[in-house]
Design a protein around this ligand. Structure first.
Ligand code: GUN
Ligand code: ZN
Length: 668
């Protein structure tokens, strides 16, 4: 769910995810511009209350007061409300005040209900928060506005709030009252609160995790769909002689070495810092804290582009046991995460431990293998180097030749004609050999030494898969690796009562052997796995010509009578359709499968091959993920173009700006 974006405000555009340093309107400590901050947040209530500041800001505007030329977000005083229980300004007044002082993004006076309060209180507070949001949407005028999700730790209240304010058309949706959770390291609850909120907020607007200022939580929060953070922590920690790192917090008192390579850490020793005047030291530590926080945000943006944000999340969440709990808790939300997870990415999937087993890519694979028609019989092979089909080793050996090809397998020889070969490995469990080069089945790495969770996970998935076949041959190496002692072995080939017959390859593991995967089965299986059951048959009838690369020997193009149907992309072994392929897929697959539907205005542009903007899309297949090959149709379901989705189905439907599909060709 992590995404990069651009948020446009009256004072300029900012890249998201972004960190907004908190500026105290009366006492600015650092020039945050120098550190690369593109946006800041300050407090309207403090300016409103302080006579001197108020006069100044009413006269000069907030940008001059805090000397920041870029976008400024203001908070409303709700946080003071949560600290002191009472403030003397009302919703309307503070919104009008923010308009007058020229805030870029203002905030209404939500009620930050703390975690773990009685439900009655959370409901009562929420009613007021939503009432004030309504009022804000009416009086906000031209000012961009925050509307804060509350609801304490009641997930249904968070969801309800997100849904209600989410439909009111605000510009940014902060998630509020999470500071107490973070201060007490209750990251597991933080995950539930954020997910309950984000799942119900519009995808097209940014979300701000309010009060999240420690770099060790940024990656996790971004992976849950948060785009903005604010940090007063860089100063508060510095005042306490504490040094923030994405890997945790260090007390200056305990340090013999400075922890990073920023100018402060490079130019000062801990001893020097300790012997300084408190105010000088505070300034330097704040500089470090801000620099390292902004660096973490940059790293996260790079990871999103590279497609390895979850690898970073898995690293960061090992910084503290309760963050690890949060990561483990995130497993509950894999299905939601999967809906936003691009179908193909620029980097390989790296397994970092049992938590990786909950990654959306694995769930997607295990669901999509069911799109490939089942055969009668199954041969399960152990891992080899990837791609497996190119590196299958001796396990198969003579046994395969002798028995599976139908020489001596006891009772029924032709039984083994209709056979699915699959490899069993961590973390994708079962990989049918025909699709073993499709991303990320070949583009992943996991340790050779198998952990207990992987053993359980893979053997459970394997047994589920096996249950759908009449006969199964399984390599003894698999049973060894995954501790599958409970599987009943029937190595003699005798018919057992059990319809599932398991044979051991052990005694047959002989010579090295190369398995030739049938090209036709390969292209058909990949198409089914990619587009849905039946796609292979529809796209590629028996008499297609398969053209391979002379250099690599890999399948490249599929033709029928000189007409190109599709090209198999070398990097991720996924089909890129050509005109004829798009036509075939469209006529075989019922509406709305694989389709993005555009309105009449966009129809002529799509036909010309112009890319599809999200605002012209009126419907689409809910199963579309970003980076997938899709069909572009009009309201009558006429195929008018085809291309690659840049967003997932939820985003395509929700966004009103930007491209949804990069059109490959129009004029069908
Ligand atoms: N700052 C930290 N938490 C909150 C919150 O819940 N609401 C507002 N308005 N500001 C905050
Ligand atoms: Zn440093």
């Amino acid at each position: 769910m992590g995404r990069t974006g651009i948020l446009t405000t009256p004072h300029g555009k900012i890249k998201t995810p972004a960190l907004m340093p908190v500026i105290h309107p009366g006492k600015q400590t650092l020039d945050v511009k120098e550190f690369g901050a593109e946006v800041v947040i300050t407090n309207a209530y403090i300016m409103y209350k302080n006579v001197e500041l108020r006069e100044k800001v009413l006269e000069d505007g907030v940008h001059k007061l805090i000397d920041f030329p870029g976008p400024i977000v203001t908070d409303s005083g709700s946080f003071q409300l949560s600290l002191y229980g009472d403030i003397d300004v009302d919703n309307k007044e503070i919104i009008e005040f923010q308009k007058i002082i020229g805030t870029d993004i203002g905030t209404s006076l939500d009620i930050p209900t703390p975690p773990f309060v009685k439900r009655e209180r959370a409901e009562r507070d929420l009613e007021i928060t939503i009432e004030r949001a309504k009022e804000a949407s009416e009086i906000g005028g031209d000012m961009m506005m925050n509307s804060v999700v509350q609801g304490s730790t009641f997930h249904d209240l968070r969801s309800k709030c997100a849904e209600e304010i989410g439909s009111m058309g605000f510009d940014v949706y902060p998630i509020g009252a999470v500071v107490p959770l973070m201060e007490s390291y209750r990251y597991t609850e933080l995950v539930d609160v954020v997910m309950a909120s984000v799942k119900n907020l519009p995808d097209s607007q940014p979300r701000h995790l309010m009060g999240a200022g420690h770099p060790m939580v940024f990656a996790l929060a971004v992976a849950m769909g948060c785009d903005l953070f604010d940090s007063a922590a860089y100063i508060l920690y510095a005042q306490d002689d504490r040094i923030m790192m994405p890997t945790g917090t260090f007390k200056l008192a305990n340090l013999v070495e400075m922890p990073c390579s920023c100018p402060v850490c490079s130019n000062h020793t801990p001893d020097e810092l300790r012997s300084m005047k408190k105010s000088d030291r505070m300034l330097l530590l704040a500089q470090h804290n801000l620099a390292i926080s902004l660096a973490e945000i940059r790293k996260i943006r790079q990871c999103i582009v590279d497609g390895n944000l979850m690898e970073l999340v898995e690293q960061r969440c090992r910084v503290h046991p309760y963050l690890l709990d949060a990561l483990r808790n995130l497993k509950k939300y894999t299905s939601t995460l999967e809906e936003y997870d691009p179908a193909s990415k620029n980097s390989a999937f790296f397994y970092s431990g049992p938590e990786s087993l909950a990654r959306p890519e694995i769930q997607r694979h295990l669901s999509r293998i069911n799109r490939i028609p089942r055969k009668k019989n199954l041969l399960l092979l152990p891992r080899s180097r990837k791609p497996y089909s190119k590196n299958l080793h001796h396990d198969l050996g003579k046994f395969y030749l002798k028995h599976i090809k139908g020489e001596t397998l006891g009772d029924s020889q032709e039984l083994w004609e209709d056979i699915q070969v699959a490899v069993v490995d961590v973390p994708f469990a079962v990989i049918p050999i025909e699709i073993d080069e499709v991303y990320p089945l070949a583009q992943n790495e996991s340790p050779i030494i198998t952990d207990e969770d992987s053993k359980k996970f893979v053997s459970a998935e394997m047994e589920k898969y096996m249950a759908e076949f009449d006969n199964v041959i399984i390599s003894a190496k698999i049973l060894d690796r995954f501790d599958m002692y409970t599987i009943e072995l029937d190595s003699g080939g005798e018919t057992s009562e059990n319809p599932l017959r398991v044979y051991s390859l052990e005694e047959y593991e002989l010579d090295s052997f190369r398995l030739d995967v049938d090209d036709r089965e390969k292209i058909s299986s990949i198409a089914d796995y990619q587009f849905g059951t039946g796609a292979g048959k529809a796209l590629f009838p028996d008499d297609v010509q398969i053209v391979k690369s002379r250099k690599t020997g890999k399948i490249r193009h599929i033709y029928e009578d000189k007409t190109l149907i599709a090209t198999l992309r070398a990097t991720d072994s996924v089909f890129v359709l050509d005109r004829e392929g798009a036509r075939r897929l469209h006529s075989l697959m019922d509406y709305p499968k694989n389709r993005v539907v555009v309105n009449a205005d966009a129809d002529p542009f799509a036909r010309e091959g112009k890319s599809i903007f999200a605002k012209f899309v009126i419907d689409c297949d809910i199963n579309i993920r970003s980076n997938e090959e899709v069909l572009i149709v009009n309201e009558k379901d006429d195929l008018i173009a085809y291309g690659k989705s840049l967003l997932c189905s939820h985003e395509i439907m929700d966004f009103n700006t930007g491209q949804a599909v990069k059109t490959r060709k129009g004029g069908i």
